[in-house]
Design a protein around this ligand. Structure first.
Ligand code: ATP
Ligand code: MG
Ligand code: MG
Ligand code: MG
Length: 573
């Protein structure tokens, strides 16, 4: 690419409304331009990097066995009504009507659309597992769009969705995606960490986020200083790995219990808003199968706001304060699932909920201690009491929930997020296949997102200096910049430049040739290239050529050095 044919849009001044460095540098180098709050045009320079990120993501997804699709951005409301998210999603969901007054949304994510596809296309267990992905524009009407493309309203996501006959198969694909994400972020040249994460409005039982470590990050990540344990502190609760669980029972036994008889009481106890506690069940101690030893004590169970309430039934227990929804024995039998919750004496009661892991995950049991809740505990599966932690209030130096070492807190930018969804969507939308015995089997799902456009900004947060961006080679818009001196007057320089430009391009490098005339000084050309972050710079001059040399400088750590023109291609390879 020649500068004279390129829509170069570098700027000297730092735009006043850009707070973080990546936003400033993306504007100044001419990668993006703002259209309106949270809406950006990708300029030719920026798009080159964006496409390179996409290409790496695509290669690794394909390598991991996923197949690419492309779904519509506009989605019918009916699908979102089926899962209940039309009502739950809130202001981030941009709702629109068509000319027939039918409701649609501009997709913030695609679980509903893909599950609709799965229920129509998949009929037999033999078609499983299958993993479908797309790289596509999403819209989320963020309350505070900021930091440029880092938190935009319209942005590009790679989203993948896998379908399975059972949890074991989901686990295999989940692990594969975890590995693919690690390869992707390694190839992108980023300093990143996978961390345990909350499942938010997407839902599900288990999730990991991938964070690029940077001081401008919006999330706090807690790291153990003695193990691989890392978690987003958004995580309200976490289950330590089996085998590393100290008995929580003794700790819980010593906790005094406040009186709780209303949702407001529960909310204030849990440091949540009443809206988050859609429903609470407050029971007294002497009630159920596993009867507590000693003094009966109150136990609280609360259901988070994104829970599908109508699926929940509680066993009828004595001494219950409002509001509690009871189920008949027949209903309980029909649901069939069972889960436990914890009281001051350990596991103390059972209540019946839907069997699916998705619902289990949203099923949070408070043990009457702020910061000590049990979640995602599946009585049948886990069989023992896991240690549980609320990370929201941790500070550096607190003991790590993994039992090893203490916690460091660092800032991170969430660039990827993988979820074990279980049957949350497939059940609501009746997505099933026939199993080997000809019986209906509800699909088990996973989903896997990468913020492709956010990755570009995060890479800049980690790779810049006072002069501009320092691109990792893999995603630089151009790998090499050539600055010829006297290009328009010296035939020798022009000839050598053209020859090198052709050779480097033929060798597969993306080359940027600053062929602007002498009205643009070499200093300005150098400054532009540094701002744009091109990893390698070559200066060609009459004087250098007389000695058979060109001048080479690496953007990252460069002292300029002379290299024989004849060797430069091999040097760069
Ligand atoms: P955040 O916590 O930053 O709001 P999220 O948890 O809502 O992100 P997910 O639903 O997990 O996002 O979406 C998958 C990925 O999409 C995120 O990991 C992130 O990289 C990217 N992403 C989400 N929201 C935005 C946004 N507003 N602008 C750019 N990228 C985004
Ligand atoms: Mg969000
Ligand atoms: Mg998040
Ligand atoms: Mg997320």
């Amino acid at each position: 690419m020649r500068a004279t044919e390129f829509l170069l849009a570098t700027e000297k001044e730092t735009p006043a409304d850009a707070v973080v460095i990546s936003h400033q540098l993306m504007l100044r180098s001419g990668m993006i331009r703002k259209l309106a709050a949270g809406l950006y045009t990708w300029m030719p320079l920026g798009l080159r990097t964006l496409r390179k990120v996409e290409a790496i993501v695509r290669e690794e997804m394909n390598r991991a066995g996923a197949q690419e699709v492309l779904m519509p951005a506009v989605q019918p409301a009916e699908l979102w009504e089926e899962t209940g998210r039309w009502f739950q999603y809130g202001g981030e969901l941009l709702r629109v009507k068509d000319r027939h007054n039918r409701d649609f949304c501009i997709g913030p994510t695609h679980e509903e659309v893909i599950t609709d596809l799965a229920r129509n296309q998949l009929s037999s267990y033999k078609q499983l597992p299958v993993n479908l992905y797309q790289i596509q524009t999403k819209f989320r009407d963020e309350t505070r769009p900021r930091f440029g493309v880092m938190r935009a309203r319209e942005f590009i996501m790679k989203d993948a969705y896998s379908f399975h006959a059972d949890e074991a198969s989901l686990q295999i694909t989940y692990d594969k995606m975890h590995e693919a994400y690690s390869r992707i972020f390694t190839r992108l040249g980023l300093d990143f960490r996978p961390v345990l994460a909350d499942t938010g409005s997407i839902g599900g039982a288990l999730s990991h986020e991938f964070h690029v470590l940077a001081s401008s990050g919006e999330d706090d990540i807690a790291f153990s200083n003695e193990s691989d344990y890392a978690a987003n502190v958004e995580l309200a609760e976490t289950v330590a790995p089996a085998g590393e669980r100290p008995a929580a029972t003794a700790e819980l036994a010593s906790i005094a219990t406040p009186a709780m008889t209303s949702i407001e009481d529960v909310a204030s106890f849990l440091k949540a808003s009443p809206a988050q506690v859609l429903k609470a069940i407050v029971v007294r101690g002497e009630h159920t199968a596993e009867k507590a030893e000693g003094e009966p004590a109150p136990v609280v169970l609360f259901l988070r706001g994104d829970h599908q309430l109508n699926e929940i039934k509680a066993e009828k227990i004595a001494g219950v304060a409002s509001p509690l929804q009871f189920a008949s024995d027949a209903e309980i039998a029909a649901i069939g699932g069972v889960s436990g919750f914890v009281g001051p004496q350990g596991i103390q009661a059972k209540c019946y909920v839907d069997r699916s892991a998705a619902h289990m995950a949203n099923f949070i049991c408070g043990a009457n201690a702020a910061d000590t809740h049990l979640t995602g505990f599946n009585w049948e599966r886990d069989g023992e009491l896991p240690e549980v932690r609320d990370l929201r209030n941790v500070v550096a130096g607190d003991p790590s929930p993994c039992g090893k070492g203490t916690l460091d807190i660092k800032r991170g930018i969430e660039v990827g997020h993988i979820f074990q969804l279980g049957t949350k969507y497939s059940e609501a939308m009746k997505a099933k296949v026939l199993d080997e015995n000809g019986k209906d089997r509800t699909l088990v799902m996973g989903c896997y997102g990468i913020g492709v456009s956010r990755v570009v900004a995060s890479a800049i947060e980690q790779n810049h200096d006072d002069n501009g961006i320092i691109w990792p080679d893999a995603i630089a818009p151009f790998n090499i910049g050539i600055v010829p001196m006297n290009y328009h007057r010296s035939d020798v320089v022009k000839e050598a430049t053209e020859k090198l430009y052709t050779e480097l391009s033929a060798a597969g490098f993306d080359v940027y040739l600053d062929d602007r005339d002498k009205k643009t000084s070499p200093g300005v050309k150098f400054a532009d290239m540094e701002l744009m972050g091109l990893p390698h710079r070559i200066v060609i001059s009459d004087r250098g050529l007389e000695a058979g040399n060109v001048e080479y400088k690496a953007r990252r750590n460069g002292e300029a050095q002379d290299i024989p023109l004849a060797d430069i291609l091999d040097f760069l390879k």
